[in-house]
Design a binder for this molecule. Structure first.
Ligand code: HEM
Length: 259
């Protein structure tokens, strides 16, 4: 039996405290059982099945979780913002409508705030239309079937790798009129009730169901407030008379970017 100070007792409530011996540089006990006062140590649910962890496990897991969140969160958001700005510069009329909306609901005497976002419906439509035209993960993340199944008449054996072509779904002419065109208005009219949260299968930039992006509220809030701030606080202009080249390329994380 290990002493209680050496074992994370998972039956205790867990908190996000930054104090306690499980943070900081690896001590000489790096490869020994973790010492941690249970009430001060946060353990990720994915590792709850292990009742006994070494320091190496904890550092490895922390690095892995941070890496996943950075990879999943940074490039997707920055690529979407870049696409949105390019689309606005190529479609000055849309930019003007968005500026008018900000003028009407926020004015020019103060900076736009999160509490204003609920009134900025055209801005919301711009974000949706950007994610429809340019989902940062056009082929979603790879999934694997856990059991034999039949989809559309095809037998799919257990263990088959599945890549969903989100880009194609979101450009389907049977669901979207003029699918190649940037028309935020469609989300205020014909597609008013279509959202991006995985409930409508014609628009899935965040995936859907059990593996849907866990950060949708955070991602949408940060996209909205950043874009609104840029539109409100800066004069956005294309320095050239030519349209911005909207052809795509891939980042290191396999996400789609403007070239
Ligand atoms: C424009 C912004 C974003 C888009 C379009 C996006 C899209 C996606 C998609 C398509 C997936 C895969 C879903 C699936 O497998 O079916 C995913 C997964 C994930 N996203 Fe996002 N994401 C965005 C922002 C973020 C942010 C800001 C974070 C974190 C701060 C984040 C964290 C994650 C994580 C951790 C996963 C993996 C979930 C899992 O494997 O179960 N994402 N995201």
């Amino acid at each position: 039996m290990k002493s209680s100070s050496q074992i994370i007792d998972l039956s205790y409530p867990r908190s996000y405290s930054r104090t306690g011996e499980c943070y900081g540089p690896p001590p000489e006990s790096y490869n020994t059982p973790i010492y941690c006062r249970p009430s001060e140590c946060y353990v990720h649910p994915a590792i709850l099945q292990h009742s006994y962890l070494s320091m190496a496990n904890v550092y490895g897991l922390t690095a892995h979780i941070l890496n996943t969140v950075l990879a999943a969160g940074l490039d997707t958001s920055s690529a979407t913002l870049t696409w949105a700005l390019c689309l606005l510069l190529n479609n000055p009329r849309v930019l003007e409508i968005s500026q008018d909306e900000l003028d009407e609901h926020v004015g020019r005497k103060r900076a736009v705030e999160e509490s204003d976002l609920k009134n900025l419906v055209y801005l919301d439509a711009i974000v949706k239309e950007t994610l429809r035209l340019y989902p940062p993960g056009p082929l979603n993340l790879p999934h694997e079937s856990m059991e034999d199944c039949i989809i559309g008449g095809y037998k799919i054996p257990k263990g088959t790798r599945l890549l969903t072509n989100l880009w194609k779904i979101q450009h389907d002419p049977n669901k979207w009129s003029a699918p190649e065109e940037f028309q935020p208005e469609r989300f205020l009219t014909s597609h008013k009730h279509v959202d991006v949260r995985g409930n409508n299968y014609e628009l899935l930039p965040f995936g859907s169901d059990r593996r849907v992006c866990p950060a949708i509220p955070f991602a949408l809030r940060s996209l909205h407030i950043t874009l609104a701030t840029l539109i409100q606080q800066f004069v956005l202009k294309n320095p050239s008379n030519e349209l911005i080249d909207m052809s795509e390329s891939w980042s290191d994380y396999q996400q789609s970017h403007p070239t």
